[in-house]
Each structure stands twice: as C-alpha cells, then as structure tokens.
Design a protein around this ligand. Structure first.
Ligand code: DAH
Length: 338
C-alpha cells in the first residue's frame, strides 16, 4: 500500500497540465469515485487495523496533494481561458464612435443669425400652421391673389394653412410689440409644389425686418450689403432689381456677384455674373395699419431669403432634395462651416 501511495505521489507531481480541460482529466483520473486516489481509500478500509495507523497519514497527504494540484490547474487555466475566450483585446486601438454633425441647413441658419446678431437683430418665432390673416390678409395680399389658391398653398381647413412664408411672423411680432423692432424670423415653410432638384413642398426661410422712426431704403441696402459680404466674402457686390411683393413698397430682388466665377460667367449665374438670393423692400403702410402701427410715425424695411438657396450656393449643392433625404453620407460632409 505504501508503495502505491509513493507511486501516486510521483505521478501526481509529474502531471503537467496544458489547458483547462486537463483539470477535468486530472479529476477523473485521481479524485473521481473511481479515480486512483479514491480507489486507494477503498482499499484502505480492508487494511489490517495495525497498519491503518501507519498508512492513514500518507494517504491523507496524498489526497491533499491531489486536491491542491487540481485547484492549481483549475485556477491557472480559468484565468487564461477567460483571456482566450474574451473577445476584448485591450491592446487594440479603440473603435471610433460615429458622431453626428449639424445639418447644413442648421449651419447656414445659425450663420445667418450670427451675422445679424452682430448688428442688433434678435430672433423671433411663429407657428407653422397659420390663419389667413397672418399669412395673407395682414400682409396686404388681395383677395384674389394666386397664393391663396389650393394650387399653391396647403390648406389644413378653411382659413387655416401651412404657412407659405415666414413673413407671417412679421405680423405676429408687430401686433404684439411696439417699435423699434429689429428681428430675424427663421422657420420652415410649405408650398404645394412638385418636388424636383429646384423646388420642394417644404423648405426654410429667414425673414428679417427693422422698424423704427426714419428707417430708409439706404438702411436696407447697407444692411444687405453687410450681410452679403459676411456671408459670401468681402469682395461680394450686391445689386437690387425692382420687383413686387404685396407687403413692401417699393420692393426689390437682390442679387449678389457670382461667387463661383467672380462674375466672369458660369453655369450657376447663367453667364450673367449675378445670382439672386432674396426679396426685400420698405414695409407697405397698409401692413403697418393692419398691425396698429402708425405709418406716419414709423417706417421699416423687410427681407426674406431661402436658407436652402444660400446653402446651395455656399456648399455648391445642385439638388434641393438632398437636404431632406437624411443620407448620412451627404450630411456628414458639413461638420464645419465653410
Ligand atoms: N415672403 C417672400 C417669399 O416668400 C419673401 C420676401 C420678399 C420677404 C420681400 C420679405 C420681403 O420680407 O420684403 O417669397
């Protein structure tokens, strides 16, 4: 019996484990019910009483040795097996997070707001569903004006429509506040248009207006020249062409010198050297009267521009639909204002 114990001690000591599954092999071989150590314990029961005292101690030591060895193997390979199976390798460079970027229309809107903030304009807001009064009547649109037609305007119900321009915010502000007023009103507008590269049923505008005593057309011109240079560069020139809007008199459309060809002539400016960016004019006295502001005391100018139009010129985008498709490939190009 002592010989068997000595043999097993040697065997156990020289057992080398190479992986986690060897722990189970070891356990089965020595410590399971039919394992070599357990079998010795069974034999021990049969040993004569006088030998028991001498063999008990080494047998127990053998069992402890086997148990410690098993623990050792399990511990060693539990740690490495977690390492082997764990897919996280801390030495690899990290995965970059996909961060979002501002929408190009938001960038341009913010830039417009910043430019006008510097000369004292603050921001006003208004509802996207408007009544006839704020969208049309108060702005001096005659009853039979085509914009009031279903063909051009999305009506929600009689007398209520999705606003067709941000000029309606002008009315809302003028009704509630007294001049001097120097405000910018950005927002989404809707028109019943077929969707194409150049037109959409929804787009964005910024309305601006300045109302005070003695505001003149010269003030309008200087303000718009300042804006154009800030937006498109200090070399930019502007030109005002007579136009018509029901809510301004006189009215004009403003062009800026073509930023693509320096007025040498290109496809964008259709070889004219100029690109149109906004409508403007002196606020019609009827509009003042409609909002209980005395036109003999106050005068003012107003202007309105499409944000998409400015963004297309700044970023050289040739299809309006891209702004509304939420294609990340397109959007992520605009993380910085250029
Ligand atoms: N509301 C006009 C439009 O949607 C733009 C506009 C033109 C606004 C002239 C104005 C203005 O304030 O004076 O086309």
């Amino acid at each position: 019996m002592q010989e068997k114990i000595d043999l097993l001690v040697d065997e156990i000591n020289s057992f080398t484990a190479n992986g986690f599954k060897d722990a189970e092999e070891f356990r089965l071989k020595y410590l399971s019910k039919n394992g070599k150590v357990s079998v010795l314990f069974d034999e021990f029961k049969e040993v004569a009483a006088e030998q028991k005292r001498a063999l008990g101690k080494p047998l127990n030591e053998l069992k402890n040795l086997a148990q410690n060895k098993l623990n050792e193997i399990q511990e060693k390979f539990t740690q490495t097996s977690v390492k082997e199976n764990n897919s996280i390798d801390y030495t690899l460079p990290g995965d970059a997070y996909q961060t979002g970027s501002r929408h190009p229309l938001s960038l341009i809107r913010n830039q417009i707001i910043d430019i006008f903030n510097k000369i004292g304009f603050s921001v006003a807001d208004g509802p996207e569903i408007e009544d006839d009064w704020h969208n049309f009547s108060a702005l001096n649109f005659p009853e039979e004006h085509p914009a009031r037609d279903m063909q051009d305007t999305f009506f929600v119900e009689e007398n209520w429509a999705l606003r067709t321009h941000t000029s309606s915010i002008q009315i809302r502000v003028m009704e509630k506040q007294t001049p001097p007023l120097r405000l910018l009103a950005p927002g989404r507008v809707y028109r019943n248009e077929a969707i194409s590269a150049r037109a959409h049923c929804q787009f964005h505008q910024v309305e601006g207006f300045y109302i005070d005593k003695n505001v003149s057309f010269a003030d309008l011109k200087q303000t718009l020249l300042y804006f154009s240079k800030e937006m498109f560069g200090s070399q930019t020139k502007i030109r005002l062409r007579p136009s018509f809007f029901p809510f301004t008199e006189p009215s004009a459309e403003m062009d800026v010198s073509c930023m693509f060809c320096n007025q040498k002539g290109c496809n964008i400016c259709k070889h004219s050297g100029w690109v149109e960016i906004l409508g403007c004019g002196m606020i019609d006295p009827n509009v003042f009267t409609n909002c209980n502001i005395n036109p003999d005391e106050y005068s003012g100018f107003a202007f309105g521009m499409g944000i998409e139009r400015i963004a297309m010129l700044k970023y050289k985008i040739n299809d309006l639909r891209l702004f509304f498709e939420n294609d990340v490939q397109f959007l992520k190009q605009f993380s910085k204002v250029i």
